[in-house]
Design a protein around this ligand. Structure first.
Ligand code: UD1
Length: 373
């Protein structure tokens, strides 16, 4: 089965890694073709992930780069259509909820190619998030929907998606974390910031809703200033966030507080940093999951989450962006013990389940593909 595997942005690299590893073990059955759209292109946002995660060089690089959601999605679609016609895959496999995911799902549908979506069914209920639109459309088009948690299965069923298309397989991001945790921790990333294990917090903020709104960004900076009075905060800054903080004159406020402002990090350095931390403050989706696996308390600086299992597990709290609430919850979280969670199927074997399912469905998928070509 020739599987066109689409990646574009940081979290995609982390999710595809274990799937490619399992497919490589079954090379008599699978021929993965790795396509990098170029949505993320900096060394620190892309190349370092390929190195850290032992990913093969992409077979195809579309090199689309940055742009508005519409122009980025459209450019990926145009370039990918040509590649799909050239490669003639049996299946298009997409992961996560980024613009590359959506673009690939649309192209595959137009060409009559079957689609498998890994991390299907997550819903924040907030359609102002570009990722929510990407999830809704991708899931509506997908033929096979691999879910990370039970809530996602229920969301898909509620949207009328047939039960036989949905499979609860667990979390490929957890697969990667479990496989690379020891290597990550052995890097002792905290030492670069003069910190000791459990003696610091980690911050990541990159969502447009937080970063592109000066009031919300100001609230977050105010909260970080206060929390950092009690504990060093290490903040690897996404390029979008760096630009916004500089434009609003807020970068200097962080630099004069007890906040280490750093460049984006590779996978191993970053996971090592998080594993050694006492607390994480973030608006990332993946980090809500990774902190659950690691048992690190996480404050999510948003009004909602599409990953409710992380809240039920007890590591994640949805705290919004009001400074006093963030400061109160940070004080409470720091007083709690770190305890890794056991979430059903987040056991390092999600990729095996996904590839196993593709294997058993292969005859059906290739039949449909030959009908439509
Ligand atoms: C994207 C995903 C988001 C994911 C995040 C992980 C969408 C809609 N969003 O958001 O779900 O959580 O990736 O990081 O797909 N830039 C660089 N260098 C790069 C890449 C981006 O400087 O290598 C800058 C560009 O100015 C760009 C901006 O960052 O305009 C945003 O990048 P983009 O890929 O559009 O979205 P992210 O915010 O990274």
């Amino acid at each position: 089965m020739k599987v066109l595997c689409i990646v574009g942005a940081r979290p995609n690299f982390v999710k595809i890694a274990p799937i490619l590893s399992v497919m490589q073990l079954k090379e008599h059955l699978f021929e993965p073709v790795l396509v990098h759209t170029g949505q993320h292109y900096d060394v620190s946002m892309s190349d370092v992930f390929f190195e850290d995660l032992d990913l093969p060089e992409p077979d195809v690089e579309l090199g689309v780069g940055s742009g508005t959601h519409t122009s980025q999605t459209a450019r990926i679609m145009l370039a990918l259509e040509t590649e799909c016609r050239r490669v003639e895959p049996d299946l298009v496999l997409v992961v996560g909820d980024v613009n590359s995911t959506l673009a690939a799902a649309l192209v595959a549908t137009q060409l009559g190619l079957p689609i498998a979506h890994v991390e299907a069914g997550l819903r924040s209920g907030d359609r102002s998030m570009p990722e929510e639109i990407n999830r809704l459309v991708t899931d509506a088009l997908a033929d096979l929907l691999f879910a990370t948690e039970e809530s996602a299965v229920l969301n898909l069923r509620r949207e009328g998606i047939a039960a036989e298309k949905i499979l609860l397989v667990g979390n490929v991001m957890a697969d990667t974390l479990i496989a690379y945790k020891d290597a990550a921790v052995s890097r002792r990333t905290w030492e670069k910031f003069g910190a000791a294990p459990d003696g610091y917090g980690v911050v990541t903020i990159h969502r447009p809703a937080n970063v592109d709104n000066e009031k919300r960004l100001g609230d977050i900076v105010e909260a970080l200033e206060t929390v950092s009075a009690e504990m060093l905060l290490v903040f690897p800054v996404h390029p979008r966030t760096l630009r916004a903080l500089s434009d609003c004159g807020m970068l200097s406020r962080l630099e004069s507080a007890n906040v280490s402002v750093a460049s984006p990090m590779g996978y191993l350095d970053f996971i090592g940093l998080v594993a050694g931390s006492r607390l994480v403050l973030t608006d990332s989706g993946g980090l809500q999951e990774e902190t659950s696996v690691l048992g690190v308390p996480c404050l999510t600086l948003r009004e909602n989450t599409e990953r409710p299992v992380t809240v039920e597990a007890g590591t994640n709290r949805i705290v919004g962006t009001e400074p006093s609430e963030i400061v109160r919850e940070a004080a409470r979280a720091v007083g709690e013990p770190k305890r890794p969670c056991k979430i059903p199927y987040w056991d390092g074997k999600a990729a095996e389940r996904i590839v196993g399912a593709l294997e058993s469905l292969a005859p059906k998928l290739t039949m449909r593909c030959s009908r439509s070509s």
